[in-house]
Design a protein around this ligand. Structure first.
Ligand code: B1H
Length: 843
């Protein structure tokens, strides 16, 4: 059934498909109504807002598909080089508004829907938030897709279609409760199920060798065979007709395998194995920055890798015969080490199936692969036990040993008898539990390795990957992260977008953020400042209602909105933030009532973020925030001078409400530990001032917007080790300042209740040598907070800095990042397809 039925050029179908859907109000309405009747089969009696969302989405999807098909047909005709972006995570967020904005159809749809009695914004709210990622790493992949499409790069995103995304977070009695996220519950109008794109994936089994024509040939016979099926998700570019594909794999049982079981006559066993196959892409592992050494996770990784490599090879073979052309037509980017087995899988296919010589195969692999590192936290570095890996993928383990053998031989020739170098560079970590170091494999198998911010890349070459760097310094690069201004300004902040359009005189900033720099003189203009404040005020009102509805707290709209939203992790130091909140609470209480308003700026301090389900300390931090919130918000004496809120279920769509409303945002990790951070960039673009440490991309933000427009504090990277040494073997009383001591005493004296949980939390800084140097940074943090209060009292000065933050944030557009990847790693040229709306409507 896979053979095309007729010669394409003479078939009438293709003639009939040659026109594009028109986008007049009437055409949009008729396309929506068509889907109401014929796709959803709805009548006037049971039509809800959800159905309205579904019909609108289908109508937008139709338009996406036109662009999507044309794009790849065009790429194919032009015979371009592709980049394959491999990631276990994509945090894409809601699609409807993003698609309309990028197709430049938002106002047309708004009008068409209004005319039929529907408000488009409330239609947007019907969409579930696809959350197939944990945090920054997954959101980065989504921003990259948007930029690759917008910049017309011939690209494919590849990932997994998990049935369950990151859990939904509920707060019950102040504790986090995880609820499974079955996001496909109401169907997914955005995906295109490819019933005809299936690849076999093998697991377990045995490796056999035999000599054929005087050459040793290896074959691997898997004993469990499943199928990966493609689900395509079009990602439209902005200001271009180019629309690229995010191809997500779903695991399914293979019918071939059923035959075996049926022949053995065990029906229920056959069903069980089918369910095991489907289970592989069931659930996203909810750990951010820690690795789970589970077999199921390794199966997920291999499924992504194997299906993707098979798909890329199939595409390559349709066009060419010569394997040596592979790197000229293919670049493969590894989003961290999670898909690193792709290196080994391509080697295996080239050697075992295509019959290439080892060295020739290596050349092709090495020149096409590149690897991005996202963290230096030791708990995040993937190391697979050799028993586990060798059992699931015996041939791959063998190839890894081969790669390692050849690599180490080179090393010992270059550094004779240097055992330290050999053991740190080796892909194998020896010990009672032998493991494969996936980072080492990724470095050795790639022609380029990059960190995600200048400081992080520098730390990679001087600490974690020092020996690799000395071996081949030119391999190491930096690619500072970025975020897409389409979603994070244009969609999330319509008020600011309109203002920027007026300032610039066009919406060119949406694809060229750097032009904003040319308008810095407006920062002093009182009229602009006023409008700027109005926009912020409206965004604060939107968040006000969000918080009232979900948290039952009434915020003071004149208070400073102070926000820290990110995954909960000790290195991100939400604990330091909440301890400062307590400090502030105690200080207000100590001040005579009549002086309070003079001394303290009213603040609404908000926290949001998920804790990994097994991360007890992170969960206790959430418990503490909620305990403090209870106490402070119900203290009559405090009133609206201080409010503390935990924002439940932080995700992409909530971020789109939270970030534009924020005036101060906290990025306060221990120096050296946050590789980049990307929300810091989103906040800056939305005119929010940062209180932060010199860590990750904060360093470059300070360079761009000026330190005087931020609140920088705390130890620098160079000082961290020394501080830790000082604390080692000393009593916490020696490194706790008086302000922190008083705060901890208040908690221990049960001011907030939950003494058991909270004492355990304090012990992470009292009795464990305070690895994240919270105590050492606390005083300087309090001083920075004082500077915040002082500045906020001067509305005009604050607003000026807010404006400058936005206008100087151009560097942090993911367009800049993607251009650098394309030019400096992928060697990739843009390929823009002619936009039909700019010429004629005929194809
Ligand atoms: C980042 C991760 C991560 N770094 C392991 N590492 C995971 C590691 O499921 N796992 O096993 C999942 C995620 N995520 C983040 O990447 C960094 O912490 C941020 O600083 C950075 O901005 C982001 C994007 O580069």
């Amino acid at each position: 059934g896979n053979t095309p039925v007729a010669n394409q050029s003479t078939n009438k179908i293709w003639k009939l498909m040659e026109k594009y859907l028109p986008n007049t109000k009437e055409a949009i309405q008729s396309s929506v109504v068509n889907h109401v009747e014929y796709t959803l089969a709805k009548t006037r009696f049971d039509f809800t807002l959800l159905h309205c969302y579904q019909a609108v989405s289908h109508s937008v999807r139709d338009r996406l598909i036109e662009a999507f098909n044309d794009t790849y047909q065009y790429f194919n005709n032009k015979d371009v080089k592709y980049v394959y972006y491999l990631s276990l995570e994509y945090l894409i967020g809601r699609c409807l508004q993003n698609a309309l904005v990028n197709l430049e159809l938002e106002s047309q749809y708004k009008e068409a829907m209004l005319d039929m009695g529907y408000n488009l914004e409330s239609v947007y709210e019907q969409e579930v938030d696809p959350a197939l990622g944990n945090g920054g790493l997954g959101r980065l992949a989504a921003c990259f897709l948007d930029s690759m499409a917008t910049l017309n790069y011939p690209a494919w995103g590849y990932g997994l279609r998990y049935s369950y995304g990151i859990f939904r977070q509920q707060i019950k009695d102040g504790y986090q409760v995880e609820v499974p996220d079955y996001w496909l519950d109401r169907g997914n109008p955005w995906e295109i199920e490819r019933l005809d794109v299936n690849f076999q994936i093998k697991f377990y089994g045995a490796v056999t060798k035999k000599v054929q024509d005087g050459k040793e040939r290896t074959t691997w016979e898997g004993s469990e065979i499943i199928v990966a099926r493609a689900y395509d998700n079009p990602a439209p570019g902005y200001n271009t007709f180019n629309t690229i594909n995010l191809r997500l794999w779903r695991s399914l049982p293979s019918s071939e395998f059923d035959f075996k079981s049926f022949n053995q006559g065990d029906y229920f066993k056959a069903l069980e194995s089918r369910q095991r196959a489907e289970f592989i892409t069931s659930v996203l592992y909810p750990n951010d920055s820690t690795y789970a050494g589970k077999e199921l996770r390794l199966k997920q990784q291999y499924l992504l890798v194997s299906a993707t490599i098979q798909d890329a090879i199939r595409r390559f073979k349709k066009k060419r015969k010569e394997w040596k052309e592979w790197p000229k037509y293919n670049a493969l980017q590894l989003n961290d080490t999670h898909p690193a087995l792709a290196i080994v899988e391509l080697m295996r296919i080239l050697i075992d199936i295509e019959g290439l010589e080892y060295e020739d195969a290596w050349e092709l692999v090495y020149n096409s692969f590149a690897y991005t590192n996202h963290t230096i936290l030791p708990e995040a570095l993937e190391k697979w036990g050799v028993e586990l890996l060798g059992n699931l993928l015996p041939r791959h383990l063998e190839i890894i040993y081969n790669i390692n053998h050849i690599f180490l031989e080179k090393i010992s020739r270059k550094y004779p008898n240097d055992w330290r170098k050999l053991s740190t560079l080796s892909l194998v970590e020896e010990g009672t539990h032998k493991t494969i170091r996936m980072a080492n494999l990724s470095i050795v198998g790639s022609h380029a390795v990059n960190g995600v911010a200048a400081l992080h890349s520098q730390l990679l070459t001087t600490t974690l990957f020092k020996d690799f760097y000395e071996l081949r310094p030119t391999k190491f690069q930096n690619k500072t992260n970025g975020v897409t201004p389409r979603r994070w300004i244009r969609c999330a902040n319509p008020g600011l977008s309109a203002l920027l359009n007026d300032v610039v005189g066009s919406d060119d900033w949406v694809i060229d953020m750097d032009i904003l720099k040319n308008f810095q003189k407006i920062a002093d203009d009182p009229a602009i400042q006023n409008r700027w404040m109005q926009v912020k005020r409206q965004n604060k009102e939107k968040l006000y209602w969000w918080v009232k509805e979900r948290c039952g707290v009434d915020l003071n709209l004149d208070s400073l909105f102070d926000i820290q939203v990110k995954r909960i992790h000790e290195y991100k130091r939400q604990l330091m933030n909440i301890l400062y909140v307590i400090r502030r609470y105690l200080d207000i209480k100590k001040t005579p009532a009549e002086e309070r308003r003079k001394l303290f700026v009213p603040r609404s301090i908000m926290f949001g973020g998920k804790a990994a389900p097994g991360y007890i300390t992170a969960k206790r931090i959430i418990r503490l925030v909620n305990a403090v919130s209870q106490k402070v918000n119900n203290d009559q004496e405090i009133g609206d001078l201080l409010k503390v809120v935990f924002l439940p279920n932080y995700n992409v769509s909530n971020a789109q409400v939270i970030i534009p409303a924020s005036e101060l945002s906290q990025h306060i990790s221990t120096a050296g530990l946050e590789a980049s951070g990307t929300s810091n960039m989103k906040f800056v673009m939305n005119g929010c001032l940062i209180i932060g440490t010199m860590d990750g991309a904060n360093v470059e933000i300070a360079e761009e917007v000026g330190e005087e427009n931020m609140f920088i504090f705390g130890a620098r990277v160079e000082q961290v080790e020394e501080l830790r040494n000082k604390m080692r073997n000393s009593n916490y009383r020696d490194y706790f300042g008086p302000r922190l001591t008083e705060v901890c005493d208040a908690i221990s004296n049960d001011l907030f209740g939950y003494k058991y949980d909270l004492d355990a939390l304090l012990d992470t800084i009292r009795n464990k040598n305070d690895y994240y140097i919270l105590a050492a940074d606390f005083e300087s943090y309090c001083e920075a907070q004082q500077r915040v209060d002082n500045l906020y009292k001067n509305k005009s000065e604050w607003t000026k800095k807010s404006i400058l933050n936005t206008l100087r944030s151009g560097k942090f557009s993911s367009d800049r990042t993607i251009r650098q990847y394309a030019e400096e790693i992928w060697d990739l040229e843009p390929c823009e397809i002619p936009n039909p709306s700019k010429s004629e409507q005929e194809r």
